[in-house]
Write a protein that binds this ligand. Structure first.
Ligand SMILES: Cc1cc2nc3c(=O)[nH]c(=O)nc-3n(C[C@H](O)[C@H](O)[C@H](O)COP(=O)(O)O)c2cc1C
Length: 170
């Protein structure tokens, strides 16, 4: 699949079939994360694969009851392991690095016919408790992963005119 096709056709999936995700597909999605760029190539990240039904339900509750999270066969939880590392520009590296890797995973999943939904609304402390994540590690995002049980949704986006300017900020 063409990269632009994946970017333009992917949409968030909030209903999943019970069908399992094949191991080779999961592996390819994880490889997409592993091969992602990161600041100074630090790769300070960890991706937790959750298949346990009870754990998935707990994660859905920690995400303010977004129950579709628990319905997917897999939930992936993405963590930054060195949150005290800052780039020279002043941004923390982990939010940028983990988000790049997560985006690659989501696009790779789409290419394999699998659905995802970036979940940013969750209680981090709860998620950490459920998954035994150390205190110093930060949870950046999670996503359900599975075969979509809904048609693709329409994209609503600002126009290029609204988001691009040339030569200086306007
Ligand atoms: C950082 C981030 C956090 C998000 N958090 C949630 C969330 O907690 N629950 C949810 O259903 N969707 C969440 N989304 C999905 C967005 O609502 C969705 O990407 C956006 O509306 C555009 O729709 P699309 O993904 O279908 O193109 C999140 C997306 C991003 C990038």
């Amino acid at each position: 699949m063409d990269i632009f096709d994946a970017i333009s056709q992917r949409s968030s999936v909030r209903a999943y079939k019970a069908t399992d995700v094949e191991e080779d597909k999961l592996r390819k999605i994880l490889e997409a994360a592993r091969l992602s760029p990161s600041a100074s190539n630090r790769q300070d990240w960890k991706f937790i694969i959750v298949r346990n039904k009870e754990t998935k339900k707990k994660l859905a509750r920690a995400a303010f009851g977004q129950s579709f999270i628990g319905e997917a066969p897999i939930v992936i939880v993405a963590c930054g392991t060195e949150p005290k590392t800052f780039m020279a520009c002043g941004q923390p590296a982990y939010t940028v690095d983990v988000s790049i890797a997560f985006t690659h995973m989501i696009l790779q999943a789409y290419e394999l016919g699998l659905g995802t939904c970036w979940i940013g609304a969750f209680e981090e402390d709860e998620v950490k408790k459920i998954l035994n994540i150390p205190k110093e590690v930060r949870v950046v995002a999670m996503t359900p992963l599975g075969y979509p049980n809904q048609p693709p949704s329409q994209k609503f986006r600002k126009s290029l005119n609204e988001i691009v300017c040339y030569e200086k900020y306007e």
